[in-house]
Design a protein around this ligand. Structure first.
Ligand SMILES: [Zn+2]
Length: 269
């Protein structure tokens, strides 16, 4: 009996010291100075744990991401160990937290307002990150499509998710009538396949979050300006950041849009 008790005691002692050792060992964490350039970071798997809350604690978000291998879609509680992480990898931790802040802090409104008219069908979207696309060569889908296919092109208003400066507008073969906006924190928001613009946007124009940019459409997949009808009416939303090694690194907007469900403007249209 005593032997068994002693064995259990030794085992639990070993268990506790081992866990403690791991938590304090920098190599235990999947975190380095370039984590923000990895596919793990780019997929932005915030999960409902984060998106169900109308505000984000960046220490909790960063710690949870590191502790759950950058996928919070199945995580059920907010328990995390920020202090241990900051002790083990302070610089790397700060850099990753800054990256999450850069992406999320500028996001203000869902890009398609709700319609106060109750008969209007709501838009829908799914997590289609890196789904196969074939136009212009086989590639992964680097964005999220908000579908408005039940209504004609030009029906749904598209508003700016962030404050920012217009960097690009006009025709793009893949994107059709598109608009690109640089947010204050540095991320680049890309809205594609518009039916048309709310006005003649020029490079350098200042935009406020919630400002009308244009209308949802189905333009693109052609070198011929104004081509429509090559796919269903939808808004393609893209988010890009500039990192240490990449001028333009795409992120998955899906969970960011889920978070923005808390911030939908209400229009009548
Ligand atoms: Zn798309």
């Amino acid at each position: 009996m005593m032997v068994i008790l002693l064995f259990i005691l030794l085992l639990s002692f070993f268990h506790v010291t081992m866990i403690d050792y791991l938590y304090n060992n920098p190599t235990y964490y999947q975190l380095d100075a370039y984590t923000w350039e990895t596919d793990d970071f780019r997929s932005m798997q915030l999960g409902e744990l984060i998106t169900d809350s109308p505000s984000i604690d960046y220490d909790v978000l960063t710690s949870l991401m590191v502790e759950h291998s950058y996928d919070l879609t199945k995580v059920k509680d907010l328990t995390c160990h920020t202090d241990r992480l900051m002790t083990a990898k302070p610089e790397e931790y700060r850099k990753l937290k800054q990256a999450y802040e850069m992406v999320l802090k500028d996001l203000r409104y869902f890009p398609v307002p709700d319609n106060l008219n109750p008969d209007s069908p709501p838009v829908t979207y799914e997590n289609g990150w890196l789904d196969k696309r074939t136009y212009g060569g086989e590639r992964g889908h680097e964005g999220c499509d908000i579908m408005g296919a039940e209504m004609p092109r030009g029906y749904y208003p598209v508003i700016s998710i962030t404050d920012g400066i217009i960097e690009k507008s006009g025709w793009l073969e893949k994107g059709g009538w598109r608009i690109g906006i640089r947010a204050p924190g540095g991320s680049y928001l890309y809205y594609a396949h518009l039916y048309g613009y709310s006005r003649q946007w020029q490079e350098g124009d200042v935009v406020k979050a919630g400002e009308l940019l244009g209308f949802m459409g189905d333009t693109g997949y052609s070198a011929v300006e104004g081509t429509t009808g090559n796919f269903d009416v939808h808004l393609h939303v893209g988010i890009y950041i500039t990192t240490d090694h990449s001028e333009e690194l795409s992120l998955n907007p899906y969970w960011l849009l889920r978070y923005l469900e808390h911030y939908k403007l209400k229009y009548t249209y």
